[in-house]
Ligand binder design. Structure first.
Ligand SMILES: Nc1ncnc2c1ncn2[C@@H]1O[C@H](COP(=O)(O)OP(=O)(O)OP(=O)(O)O)[C@@H](O)[C@H]1O
Length: 240
């Protein structure tokens, strides 16, 4: 379980996260929504100790991420807004292997994790392909595989659909469905919930750094216009 109590984060005079307390159960599929600047990215960066709480506590399975950032990083897989920025190797296989190698696993275990993660995103047999030659959708899937190779309890994706066309978006959504069905907790940060609100168990809406909406997406849909989040699916939408 993710447990957060009285988390506050500031940048100079700006309060990005304002006294947030929330718990997220294992295996939940949670949307974290809100307008630009509402604090979504700052909030999720505390989950795996990319940012340290100035005030408050973040615990994963009862362990404070401040006390044990390595455990937090092993439990919370993070996929960033621009997957390109998180690649560390030239080829798919080498990149996905990087995380488990850093955790100190032996070669057999690293190979097993890489195969399993690439299998989950339908990129097995592509280990030697160069990342810079992949499409945006394929790069997004490699980034997800890199996080999955850590075998995290939760996968956190920050605006994972930026720059993806509709087929690539659907491919990533399919991966999320499979992972959720297998028991992985999924947290998706987005300002655009089309195709997602009918998949998620819970929606957290941020406004000025506070959680002002919390509930099953269909129950809280009426509260979203107040925090500037688009609700309606756009049929026949153009690539975004
Ligand atoms: N590195 C930083 N330095 C100064 N201010 C920052 C920094 N990062 C974020 N902020 C400010 O903190 C507030 C919350 O930003 P944050 O990026 O967490 O929100 P967000 O909801 O993820 O926004 P977006 O949807 O635009 O990514 C905003 O006012 C933002 O300008």
């Amino acid at each position: 379980m993710i447990h957060i109590e009285n988390l506050t984060a500031t940048y100079g005079d700006v309060t990005a996260v304002d006294d947030v307390s929330v718990s997220i159960d294992d295996g939940q599929f949670v949307l974290i929504v809100g307008a630009n600047g509402s604090g979504k990215t700052t909030f999720v960066r505390h989950l795996n100790a990319l940012l340290e709480p100035e005030k408050g506590v973040v615990e994963i399975d009862g362990t404070s991420v401040t006390d044990n950032p390595i455990a937090a990083r092993a439990n919370i897989g993070m996929v960033f807004q621009q997957p390109r920025d998180q690649f560390v190797a030239a080829t798919i296989g080498a990149d996905v292997a990087f995380g488990p190698e850093n955790l100190g696993f032996d070669r057999n275990e690293v190979d097993r994790r890489v195969e399993s993660a690439l299998n989950a995103v339908n990129l097995d047999s592509r280990q030697t392909d160069r990342i810079d030659e992949l499409s945006g959708g394929e790069q997004a899937r490699v980034a997800i595989a890199g996080a999955l190779a850590m075998e995290p309890s939760y996968l956190v994706l920050d605006e994972p659909f930026t720059g993806l066309d509709q087929p690539a978006r659907e491919s990533v959504l399919d991966q999320l469905d499979t992972l959720h069905a297998d028991g992985t907790g999924i947290l998706v940060v987005t300002h655009d919930i089309r195709d997602l609100h009918n998949r998620a168990d819970r929606l957290l809406g941020l406004h000025n750094g506070e959680i002002v909406v919390d509930g099953p997406p269909r129950d809280v849909a009426g509260e979203l216009s107040g925090i500037d989040v688009r609700v309606v699916d756009r049929l026949n939408s153009q690539p975004s």
